[in-house]
Design a protein around this ligand. Structure first.
Ligand code: NAD
Length: 496
């Protein structure tokens, strides 16, 4: 790889454009493949957040919101270039922080560079509307920056989640206060370093690792914050929505999922098999859109399951720096304990483990936080393992008889993030896709993403959409102007 831990960001945080030791509790970042220490980050305190907010307000008011589109876009392009130039270092940092494979973290870093470039282009090509004339006025509907925006992100894909919020929020003319998750504080700090080197005016970006209950809470409740963009679990998201309601502040919430994948008997079974495997076991299942409930049409159920189990057992579980690895460690011992408790609950509910269901053993595996890709069959739809998000490499499988039944089963969940449909019958795929409550439908593929395609959930998977051209306006307030063209005093006033 050519790097050692010297290239990891120092333990300092980025408060209003200054690098400093946070005055809050320490955050310990470790490498999940062997539990070695990455960094002890001195986390942000309430005073640090207050100071970041003050500086953000000053910096935003000093001209960023008023800057011309091409001026803000130029800075975003330089950040994009900075990320692209540092892809190897960023992927190393993110792999050390999260345990994800280098192949994946490299792709995430490239996507973050693309996100900054995309929102620079959206900004430069966004048109404002003159609305149709219904009186002697020129009517314009214009967008203005909100001012200060909080971005609160989870640990699973930090650079991509961070970019997805920071790029449109900055493009829109705001200052951003970014709070990364405590299991992955490092890559957000690296993003701050790149933004600083790219000439982003001081104060417009702060990166504040710290406790959710202190830093996260303040970034929601502080009166100066005008919008929160949150990605994380549903219960934390619900709490944020409640606090935002008190302030009548807009929030977007990208939350958890328990997404169904449906394989019809007429599907291209190679496509389906690859889609199912990638959908649940890539990222070691630590993905909001993981296809964690699999429904297979009964006539091919046994045959498909047989292939699926063999292919699952053949997946390469290994070190994240090894290019051959498909399934890397989980992020943290506490998280593995939660995955194991889920699998135990499935067994207690009568589930049969068809693959995995244990930690791999051996020298490499004993040092890190590994867990085998796991398939559980025979569970009732009411089982905890079927209803709740595991966020790990655990697939539950079920047979179904017809379209009607699989739509009912697919919708029998409180989440609604994504869904996969495998069939050669396109009208059937579209029909099923329309009837499954979800924010995204993949047909004959799974877990594909594009920055130009809006993303978000329904039901308890969230509120609002990120990405796409409208992703810019989500960080702006719309204001309408009426400019008189008639030149006559209003008759009601009886003047002249
Ligand atoms: P989490 O909800 O525990 O934490 C997310 C962020 O919220 C962290 O930065 C955390 O410190 C912060 N936080 C915690 N308490 C807070 C509070 N009271 N106020 C404000 N902020 C607070 O989630 P996680 O464990 O980091 O990530 C996993 C979850 O994220 C999963 O449920 C996953 O599905 C979800 N996720 C969703 C998407 C999506 O786009 N829908 C993408 C990735 C992850």
């Amino acid at each position: 790889m050519g790097f050692d831990t010297d290239v990891l960001p120092s333990g300092e945080i980025f408060v209003g454009g200054e690098w400093m030791r946070g005055r809050g509790a320490d955050i310990i970042s470790t490498f999940p493949a062997d539990r070695s220490l990455n960094r002890v980050v001195a986390g942000a305190s309430a005073e640090d957040v207050e100071s970041a907010i003050d500086r953000a307000a000053t910096a935003q008011a000093a001209g960023w919101g008023e800057a011309k589109a091409q001026e803000r876009a130029a800075v975003l392009h330089r950040i994009s270039d900075g990320i692209a130039a540092a892809v190897d270092r960023i992927s190393f940092i993110q792999t050390r922080d999260t345990g994800k494979t280098l192949t994946e973290t490299r792709a995430l870093a490239m996507s973050a560079a693309g996100t900054f470039r995309y929102f620079a282009s959206v900004l430069e090509t966004a048109d404002e509307d003159a609305t149709v004339r219904r009186a002697d006025t020129l009517t314009l509907s214009l967008h203005e920056p909100i001012g200060l925006v909080s971005a609160i992100t989870p640990w699973n894909s930090p650079i991509a989640s961070d970019a997805q919020k920071v790029a449109p929020a900055l493009a829109a003319g705001n200052a951003v206060l970014l709070k990364p998750a405590s299991w992955s504080p490092l890559v957000g700090l690296e993003l701050a370093r790149i933004a600083e080197a790219a000439g982003l005016p001081k104060g417009l970006l702060s990166v504040l690792p710290g406790a959710g209950s202190i830093v996260g809470e303040m970034l929601v409740t502080h009166p100066a914050i005008g919008r929160v963009s949150f990605t994380g679990g549903t219960s934390v998201g619900r709490g944020i929505a409640r606090k935002a309601a008190e302030k009548l502040m807009p929030v977007s919430l990208e939350l958890g999922g328990k997404s169904p994948t449906i394989v019809f008997a007429d599907a291209d079974l190679d496509l389906a098999l690859a889609g199912v495997l990638f959908g649940i076991f890539s990222s070691t299942g630590q993905s909001c859109i993981a296809g964690s409930r699999l429904y297979v049409e009964r006539s091919i159920y046994e045959r498909f399951l047989d292939r699926l189990v063999k292919a699952t057992e053949a997946l390469v579980v290994g070190h994240p720096f090894d290019a051959a690895t498909q399934v890397a460690p989980l992020v943290h011992d506490d998280h593995r304990a939660s995955v194991e408790a889920f699998v135990a609950s499935g067994i207690a509910d009568g589930g049969e483990v068809l693959a995995g269901g244990a930690r791999p053993t051996g020298n490499l595996y004993d040092r890190g936080v590994y867990y085998l890709p796991t398939i559980v069959a025979g569970l009732p739809a009411s089982a905890h393992l079927v209803r709740e998000e595991v966020f790990g490499p655990v697939l539950t499988v079920f047979p179904f008889d017809d379209e009607e039944e699989v739509v009912r089963l697919g919708n029998d969940n409180h989440y609604g993030l994504a869904c996969g449909v495998f069939t050669r019958d396109t009208p059937k795929a579209m029909r099923v896709g329309r009837r499954i409550a979800s924010g995204t439908v993949w047909i004959n593929t799974y877990k594909q993403f594009s920055i130009s395609t809006p993303f978000g959930g329904v039901k308890e998977s969230g509120v609002g959409r990120e990405k796409g051209r409208n992703g810019l306006f989500a960080y702006m307030n719309q204001k309408s102007y009426y400019l008189d063209l008639g030149g006559r005093p209003h008759p009601w006033a009886r003047i002249g």
